[in-house]
Write a protein that binds this ligand. Structure first.
Ligand code: ADP
Ligand code: MG
Length: 705
């Protein structure tokens, strides 16, 4: 299906020179892969946007070089001075010079043969790196580049800097990205020529080249023409896909689903509470959507703890009442399992047959689930991304719920919708994040929104305080008293950017410390690198009140529900986004006991950081917090660090491209208006654009229509 010309971009990154299993593993962490993509591909390197640039254009004389700057020198190699034999700590020095002075190259733990090969005495070399000065001599510790005069072109004048992951050096990443750029094909222009000329943007290929091999530092700025062009490409693809989907939705009518209410009545009887007013009205809106002949696409917005799951379950029951199927998708394994556990007892009482499908179900168990699904023996399937796989076939999917939508992309939603029979499934998307209208438009085009504005009755406000790290001993004393009264505690370890390794180390260290204080039988550890079964075991022990303290990395961020847990300790809270803190705090305050949230932080705090934490102490209103976040960050990270800008975009995913969105929407509408079947030369080019940004589902729908 995908055009051949794009094949090289979709080849696995393992085909690139220098990528073995180890590097592939690092790439998997460093590159933001779309959900459901298991192995990094060449295209993922193309979309790996730089965060800065190292400017190596300065070519001073040795005497004229400014200490502390990056410089490129043209020097003669004079003499090698290895450290004394047996002393591995002493550096290996190589003396060089130009006509103005001496430059010492310094290597620690160096492999002698390597240095001799790189820097033979008497040879001329270009070396580039950070220059320092000790008295008369200039020094460079571990030059970034050493090249012969013939290979001068290999030394980038401007070197892009990418977000790194532990274990993968910038140099390796640069090499790989360069190969990816070289692989990027020329493609027929899909943008409107007048618009393109007006903007002064380069062609697609030139833009990719400029972004990764900048000739000017401006090339890699999000406001520069290269990045703008690519962001616009992505927005255009997205808007085109949405327009196509809307067309096809209009063309195909859905079916009217009206249940007899029997299963819902059983569920209501089984629920330990009655629905809040907001829950009931959201449910009524969903009922009306399903009863209509048009396909439903509705967003259910409700703050953490507002009870979205119950609404989802009741809505799914409507589909089950007419003998059709429903699916509930969660963004993580832990969450999918938790949904299954909460729903299981209710489902049993209401006669609903559940199935569970995550990445962990493999081989025979998986086949069994698939068979039962295809034959209609499963009424409600709960799962993760695994549900999107092509071999997952429903007998009759009528209703799909996507929980915590910002983790899923629009493409996943399309894929899921398409699994529904004639006319596609009705879709309910649930989120705790207040999403601004513009973002909603980006991802869904037109969609209806229901809001849960009340909290379930009996919730007590969470008392939030912000003790500094210096008071951690007091905090622990307080916790000891609380534990004696039956408390359960979440302890969240710092968010450490760009390094899963150190995040894990921090959590392990904290776990060890708390174990010493409170005893191993009381303290559990949960982190992303754990085996799935171990994660379950820990979660289960915490849910069952066997473990009293759960130390974790941020894996518990979304959706976990342990009503008895009443204390949330967040370390280095100042590093988290407000929205994320709000989500984390939402894990407590769900039971009868008074709940507390402790925002540990380092002193001194910056002015903004202090305001942010104080805000958390003052209110629990998610919408207020989101607004404040917007104000303090100037519009950036509405949804926390990982969801800043427009989430799920690859190039347009950093803040600042919102204004291109309206243009892309009009452009897409106009293009389809002129050429509804996309058969003109521009139409053909636009199809390739859709494939380029992996809107394959949209193309498929388009073909089917
Ligand atoms: P979220 O909206 O964050 O997904 P959940 O669906 O996990 O929230 O619900 C949070 C908690 O509130 C659960 O323990 C759930 O059983 C409880 N709950 C939901 N609705 C009500 C209600 N109407 N009355 C009392 N408790 C409720
Ligand atoms: Mg939830």
């Amino acid at each position: 299906m995908r055009p051949d010309v794009l094949a090289p971009l979709y080849a696995s990154a393992r085909n690139l020179t220098g990528v073995g299993p180890r590097v592939l593993g690092f790439l998997k962490k460093a590159l933001r892969l779309p959900p459901g993509v298991a192995e990094p591909r060449v295209v993922d390197l193309v979309w790996h946007t730089p965060t800065g640039v190292i400017d190596r254009r300065a070519e001073p004389t040795v005497a004229g070089a400014v200490a502390g700057t990056i410089a490129t020198f043209h020097v003669r190699v004079l003499k090698h001075r290895p450290g004394p034999r047996g002393n591995t700590k002493a550096p290996y020095k190589v003396m060089c010079e130009d006509d103005t002075g001496r430059l010492e190259l310094i290597f620690f733990h160096a492999e002698r043969a390597f240095i001799e090969r790189q820097l033979p005495e008497g040879a001329e070399r270009y070396v580039s790196g950070r220059v320092d000065r000790y008295g008369e001599t200039a020094q460079m510790v571990h030059p970034d580049y050493i090249v012969t005069p013939e290979a001068r072109a290999d030394l980038p004048a401007l070197e892009p800097v990418y977000p790194l992951t532990a274990g993968l050096s910038g140099k390796i990443l640069n090499k790989l990205v360069r190969q990816a750029v070289a692989t990027t094909p020329e493609l027929d222009e899909w943008q409107n020529p007048t618009w393109l000329a007006g903007k002064g943007w380069p062609s697609f290929r030139d833009a990719v080249e400029a972004l990764h091999r900048p000739a000017d530092p401006g090339d890699i700025s999000a406001g520069g023409p290269a990045w703008q062009r690519l962001a616009y490409d992505e927005l255009l693809a997205g808007q085109l896909a949405l327009a196509l989907v809307r067309e096809s939705a209009k063309a195909q009518r859905g079916r009217s689903i009206i249940g007899d209410g029997q299963i819902r009545a059983k569920l209501m009887a089984a629920l330990p509470f009655s629905l809040t007013g907001s829950q009931a009205s959201a449910l009524a809106e969903i009922e009306a959507d399903m009863a209509s002949e048009f396909r439903m696409l509705r967003l259910l917005q409700g703050d953490v703890g507002s009870g979205k799951t119950a609404v989802a379950l009741m809505s799914m029951a409507i589909a089950v009442e007419i003998g059709a199927q429903a699916a509930l998708m969660a963004p993580t394994e832990v969450l999918a399992r938790q949904h299954a556990e909460t729903i299981e007892p209710l489902a049993t009482k209401a006669g609903i047959r559940l199935g569970l499908l995550t990445g962990r179900e493999k081989g025979r168990p998986r086949r069994e689930v698939l068979e039962r699904l295809a034959s209609g023996e499963i009424d409600i399937l709960i799962g993760t991304h695994a549900v999107f796989q092509p071999d997952v076939i429903f007998k009759d999917l009528a209703f799909a719920v996507i929980d915590e939508q910002h983790r899923f992309g629009v493409h996943q939603r399309l894929a899921l919708q398409a699994k529904g029979g004639g006319g596609g499934a009705n879709v309910l998307v649930m989120t705790a994040t207040p999403i601004p209208r513009t973002l909603l438009m980006t991802h869904y085009g037109d969609l209806d929104v229901s809001r849960l504005t009340e909290k379930p009755a009996g919730r007590k406000p969470v008392k939030t305080t912000m003790p500094s790290n210096a008071r951690i001993e007091d905090v622990v004393d307080g916790l000891r008293r609380m534990l004696a009264q039956g408390a359960q505690i979440y302890w969240v370890c710092p968010l450490i950017e760009s390094s899963d390794v150190s995040e894990l180390a921090a959590a392990e260290e904290r776990h060890a410390w708390l174990t010493q204080l409170f005893g191993a039988e009381k303290v559990g550890l949960l982190h992303g690198a754990m085996k799935a079964a171990d994660k379950d075991a820990v979660m289960a022990a915490f849910s069952a009140d066997q473990l009293k303290i759960l130390v974790s990395t941020t894996v518990i961020e979304v959706g976990v529900n342990v009503p008895n847990a009443n204390i949330m300790v967040i370390e280095q809270a100042e590093r988290f986004g407000l929205a994320q803190l709000h989500q984390l705090r939402g894990r407590v305050g769900r039971g009868a006991r008074q709940s507390y949230c402790l925002l540990l932080h380092a002193e001194p705090l910056g002015v903004t950081a202090r305001q942010r934490l104080e805000m958390m102490c003052e209110t629990e209103d998610g919408f207020l917090i989101a607004e404040k976040d917007l104000e303090l960050r100037g519009g950036g990270e509405l949804m926390g660090a990982r969801q800043s800008g427009m989430p799920e975009f690859r190039v347009a995913g950093v803040p600042g491209f919102e204004d291109l969105l309206a243009a892309a929407r009009d452009d897409a509408a106009l293009a389809l208006n002129h050429d509804p079947k996309l058969t003109s030369p521009r139409g053909e080019a636009l199809r390739k654009l859709l494939y380029l940004f992996e809107c394959d589902e949209a193309v498929r729908l388009f073909r089917a229509a």
